[in-house]
Design a protein around this ligand. Structure first.
Ligand SMILES: [Fe+2]
Length: 469
């Protein structure tokens, strides 16, 4: 046990499994002894306060923002008006100025079986100043709502920046705990990296899309104030030909606009952004990724473009983990691993975050790329150029936790635990970042696993220069 302190009634205990990962692969991995007693979690009822519609006729609701360009000077603001299109403009101004500007967006709408969406607005604000607080206002007439956001610092190697990590959130009482713990974490996440499976509306009969609306209202308290960087999961596919819904990702693509063209992508399901000292590549587990496919071509072209002297931290987000030692979803990420792991090692990706498995797991730095079917080398080995793989699909959705693990724990698995929680990836400078995983523990958020990351690019540069001397 370490230091304990509390913020807003939530205590944070720093329990140390620190440095486990840096001790080396020969150290046995740890399966946490902490076992939650409630695996299944209930959705919050429709009349919960977190789902409340804002007052006033046609009041803008479900506000959320994401990055709107490749560099971090743009923001996409999205919101829904329920009754009529209303204003499609965003009024915005820097906190230290009274000069207000207006950006104009687009409005879209969709139907899903017997559901018709509200008016979904998306407005890209461009050419903002870096590292600046902006207020913005949505709506018109008597019903306007104000929010604010901070733009990131200009991309650069030593820019500190803090990312939150949440996956598979849903809209249960546990989802609310996870989001609350993230908000109350004394280390403040500045941008949330979301690793897929958002609302779980598809768990309801006919994929009841009103549960997309409740989810939009639930996350607004965070997502309207800091960008959520989206990854699509299997619960975003919404492909139900039996009821005539044959367009995969229809609700997701209408509700969430992504700046994919800024990274020369041809689909919002895979794209990249720079943010501060990080370069983030988002890929799609549920789009074709084999050789010759658009996604494969894009990733092949994208990885060599990353300038690690500008953005040393290379982070990949996907939904389905490539390494997971839980029984549920076992091997589902294997074909993507075969395709992309060699590139992740070649380009020294620092960390790969995934969701899908409703639990937490962190790997050692390992690779399994020497296996070529005929040579029999099929066990992952320690690899200093390989990323750490972190599964963080433990947001708290109504499907519950997965508790069954493959036994014994494989050597490559450094830590695993079937609990809900969130992560914080806290970049200190070009060479060091601190990752903490915060378990939801009955009103507390406990840092149950953590690791100091040493940047792969700079580490290899240092080692090369030492070798040359
Ligand atoms: Fe999933």
């Amino acid at each position: 046990m370490g230091i304990q302190f509390s913020v807003g009634g939530y205590a944070y205990l720093h329990v140390g499994f620190i440095f486990l990962g840096v001790l080396g692969f020969c150290e046995a991995g740890l399966t946490s002894s902490y076992v939650r007693n409630n695996g299944l979690s209930q959705d919050m009822p429709l009349d919960s306060d977190v789902f409340k519609e804002p007052p006033g006729y046609n009041a803008p609701q479900q506000g959320h923002i994401t990055q709107g360009d490749h560099e971090g000077k743009g923001v996409i603001v999205s919101w829904i008006t329920p009754d009529e299109p209303g204003s499609n403009s965003v009024l915005y101004w820097p906190a230290n100025s009274r000069i207000k500007k207006t950006a104009h967006g687009v409005v879209v709408k969709y139907t899903y079986y017997n559901y018709t969406s509200g008016y979904i607005h998306h407005c890209t604000i461009k050419n903002l100043d870096y590292d600046t607080k902006y207020y913005y206002e949505l709506g018109a007439g008597n019903v306007t709502r104000q929010f604010w956001f901070l733009t990131p610092p200009q991309p650069g190697p030593d820019v500190p920046y803090t990312f939150g990590l949440i996956g598979d959130l849903g809209q249960t009482y546990d989802s609310n705990r996870t989001l609350t713990h993230y908000e109350l974490n004394p280390v403040k996440g500045q941008t949330l990296l979301f690793v897929g499976d958002l609302s779980y509306a598809d768990s309801y009969p006919l994929h009841d899309n009103t549960r997309w609306d409740t989810w939009g209202r639930f996350i607004e308290r965070s997502a309207a104030y800091q960008p959520w960087i989206w990854t699509a999961g299997n619960h975003e596919i919404d492909f139900v030909p039996e009821i005539g819904e044959t367009k995969p990702f229809k609700p997701y693509k209408h509700r969430f606009f992504i700046p994919y063209k800024a990274s020369q992508s041809t689909s919002p399901l895979w794209y990249s952004i720079k943010r501060a000292s990080a370069y983030i590549i988002v890929i799609s587990s549920y789009s074709a990724y084999g050789k010759y496919t658009p996604q494969n071509k894009w990733i092949e072209n994208e990885l060599p473009k990353v300038n690690r002297t500008e953005t040393p931290w290379l982070i990949v987000l996907m939904h389905c983990p490539m390494y997971s030692s839980y029984v549920h979803h076992y091997m589902e990420g294997e074909t993507m691993r075969v395709m992309y792991e060699p590139w992740f090692v070649q380009y020294k990706v620092d960390v790969v975050f995934a969701g899908h498995v409703h639990a937490y797991e962190r790997s050692e730095r390992i690779s399994n790329i020497r296996y070529n079917v005929v040579n029999g080398f099929c066990t992952p080995i320690t690899d200093d150029s390989a990323p750490v793989y972190i599964t963080i699909g433990d947001g708290g959705n109504q499907e519950g936790l997965v508790k069954e693990m493959t036994q014994p724990q494989p050597e490559y698995s450094a830590y695993r635990e079937a609990s809900y929680g969130h992560g914080i990836f806290d970049i200190k400078n070009s060479t060091h970042a601190y990752f903490g995983w915060h378990r939801n523990q009955d009103g507390f958020a406990v840092e149950a696993d953590s690791l100091w990351f040493v940047n792969r690019y700079w580490k290899s540069i240092e080692e090369t220069s030492v070798a040359v001397k």
